[in-house]
Design a protein around this ligand. Structure first.
Ligand code: SF4
Length: 668
């Protein structure tokens, strides 16, 4: 039997077809009828049956009867597990410490999961539901919302004449974000579009570029301001568009005055001639789309860099135009959350504009003394993926009850008291309405097969817990499909039947509307200096620098690879074969200075910690840079990162960290 579904490993939400025999998925392949992914599934999606039926999947709730860090697991019933959690939550309630309950979910949490967890948190009285916003693309979303009035700047590559990929590597990361994104770029290039890639590494995407700008890690803000300087000085901006649709141009002119090519070259290692060429192309070749992602957002200057890049797009008139940056308004669904409790989330004092703050959790506990007593983690592996793992593990020690709901026993489970078996995306229903795509597209996904063992979805777990606490009247749901019906009630897509929504419904998303009726900002124009930034003291492009003079090199962590999604899939043989071990890529100047050859072991040291890892010399990497992959438990890159954040979005600094590298023996 054939069942249409959606791959929800990453946020591309690609349309997929599952071949099912006797309630078992035997094969998954791409769905040609999905207008965004157009029949494509990446290697992770195609291999997902190996995850679904992996022998190590957690099948029953587990209680840690050993120590945190070196657990001994005892199988228990769901009933018993829920009793343990409910008893602790009732204790918090009695003590009036509702905010001491924190829910942390990973990027795989979707609309149904998030809505139901948030509803539970509202009823219980905790403001602390935190996800991947800040450590994913929060800086970009915040900058876009403030400047352009909408959160997700989408690129219409198909119609672009110039494509700039800035800290983005769509050849291996979220490959089908919109329209099989990399293929779309290749097609545009065949039609004559020029491609510029700005990245310290010659990434997979850089291999097809006309120009690769090998910027020094963490210095993208200088380059963006330098390009703005050239565009304005040489009058390459679109004066007509600026006049009609942009506020703050004159102020921007003054702000970028000092970012001359000579000054920017010193800060970025990008030759001044190349800065001039890039500015010239961006100013003259139209339409241009600029895609920027985690490569520039995971920095202490992530927000300001995103703001500067959006300013480039705005003053060249490349917003709300075919071939430029367009918007895909989120589909309006019924909001099933309730009144927010009158308590401050743990990140709010530090990052008042941020939507969440998972990466700050350890500092909230250890530095601010925020009273976190119960942590419930949904499909996330923060011990490996959040910055400063040492500090995070230290913070976990202060939490009285840690519960992890996941598919496998991850590095984070080792610190849990209770582990619960979770359903995969093939074992639960959801709605796909991801605004990261070019086409506005809504789909309802049904369960493809029943869950393995005693796995439960987020909805089933939360509803069962709600019953234990006496909240059943707020949770009249017996499955995800009940929640979906509630989300659809009175929504923008209410008029469609569930059958139609199961097939998928494409909604209108006209380009050029905002030019006619105004941008969704307070002024109706693109605001280069949004008023709210005045309140938080961030109107100027002030650049933060990490001063660690004793460390001569630059560290990047987290460069994306195709077979893995963050820390996932290191247990799937066919995917591990494609990327068998963690290897640090070392720039040629480091290799020369430190006598490093391919296959040597190196110790990398930052002011936050050190790590020993095998190295390979990469002549295409910025010469003073070392790039360490993330997500490996045996070689955790986050022992090198610290509690350093973008002050606006709270994005952690995973890249551009000063470091030292030295050759060591394998056994040392
Ligand atoms: S890009 Fe790959 S992992 Fe992401 S949703 Fe599509 S098939 Fe799944």
């Amino acid at each position: 039997m054939i069942k249409r579904t959606i791959c929800q490993i990453c946020k591309c939400d690609c349309g997929a077809i599952a071949e099912v025999e006797n309630d078992k998925v035997v094969r998954i392949f791409g769905d040609r009828d999905d207008p965004n992914s157009m029949g494509k599934l990446c290697v992770k999606g195609r291999n997902y049956t190996k995850v679904l039926y992996h022998p190590n999947r957690i099948k029953k709730p587990l209680l840690n009867v050993g120590k945190r860090g070196s657990p001994e697991w005892k199988e228990i019933s769901w009933e018993k597990a829920l009793d343990i959690i409910a008893e602790k939550l009732l204790e918090l309630k009695r003590e009036g410490l509702e905010e001491s309950l924190v829910f942390l979910h990973g990027p795989s949490a979707r609309i149904v999961d998030r809505s139901v967890v948030k509803r539970f948190a509202n009823i219980f009285g905790t403001p602390n539901v935190t996800g991947s916003w800040a450590y994913c693309v929060g800086s970009m979303v915040l900058a876009s919302q403030l400047l352009l009035g909408f959160p997700y700047p989408i690129c219409d590559f198909e119609n672009s004449k110039l494509i700039v990929l800035w800290g983005a590597n769509p050849a291996v990361s979220k490959v089908h974000r919109y329209g099989g994104v990399f293929e779309e770029i290749v097609k545009a290039k065949r039609k004559g579009a020029k491609v510029i890639v700005i990245d310290p590494r010659r990434s997979e995407s850089a291999k097809i570029a006309d120009i690769h700008i090998r910027v020094r890690p963490g210095s993208d803000i200088y380059l963006a301001l330098g390009i703005l300087n050239r565009l304005i000085k040489k009058e390459l901006h679109n004066a007509e568009f600026v006049e009609k649709h942009v506020l703050g141009f004159e102020k921007l002119r003054r702000e970028v005055e000092k970012y001359t090519p000579d000054f920017v070259e010193k800060k970025t290692d990008v030759p001044r001639e190349l800065i001039e060429i890039a500015a010239e192309l961006i100013g003259k070749v139209k339409p241009a789309s600029i895609d920027f992602r985690e490569g520039i957002l995971h920095s202490i200057n992530g927000f300001q860099t995103a703001r500067a890049i959006l300013s480039i797009a705005a003053i060249t008139g490349n917003v709300d135009v075919k071939g430029g940056i367009i918007r895909n308004p989120s589909v309006k669904l019924n909001d099933i959350t309730l009144k927010e409790p009158d308590k401050k989330p743990f990140w709010k004092d530090k990052f008042p504009l941020a939507k969440d703050g998972s990466a700050y959790l350890s500092e909230a506990i250890l530095s601010d003394g925020y009273p976190v007593k119960v942590l419930i983690v949904f499909k996330s592996n923060p011990v490996l993926t959040l910055p400063n793992s040492k500090r995070f593990i230290e913070a976990l020690e202060r939490i009285e009850l840690i519960v992890v709901h996941d598919i496998f026993l991850t590095a984070t489970c080792k610190y849990a008291d209770v582990v619960l078996p979770a359903s995969t995306f093939l074992e639960k229903a959801e709605i796909d309405a991801v605004p990261l795509k070019k086409h506005r597209w809504v789909r309802v996904k049904r369960r493809v097969v029943n869950p393995v063992g005693e796995a439960k979805s987020e909805v089933e777990f939360v509803v069962a817990l709600a019953k234990k606490l006496g909240y059943e009247k707020f949770f009249p749901y017996s499955s995800e499909e009940d929640v979906i019906r509630e989300l659809l009630r009175g929504s923008e897509v209410e008029k469609y039947s569930v059958e139609e929504l199961e097939k998928g419904v494409r909604l209108d998303n006209p380009i050029g509307e905002m030019r006619k009726s105004g941008f969704p900002t307070p002024s109706g124009k693109i605001e280069l200096f949004p008023e709210i930034l005045e309140k938080v003291g961030a109107q100027k492009f002030e650049i933060l620098e990490e001063d660690s003079e004793e460390f001569p090199y630059y560290l990047i962590t987290g460069a994306r690879v195709l077979p893995f999604y963050h820390s996932q899939f290191r247990n799937v043989e066919s995917l591990v074969k494609l990327n068998p071990e963690p290897i640090a890529e070392v720039g040629v100047e480091i290799a020369r200075n430190e006598g490093i050859s391919n296959g040597d072991f190196v110790e990398i040291e930052t002011k936050f910690g050190n790590l020993k890892v095998k190295a390979a010399v990469n002549k295409d990497l910025h010469p003073l840079t070392v790039s360490v992959p993330h997500g490996w438990e045996e070689s955790n890159a986050n022992f090198l990162t610290g509690s350093v954040f973008d002050p606006l979005s709270g994005a952690p600094m995973y890249r551009g960290i000063k470091c030292n590298v030295r050759k060591v023996h394998e056994s040392s």
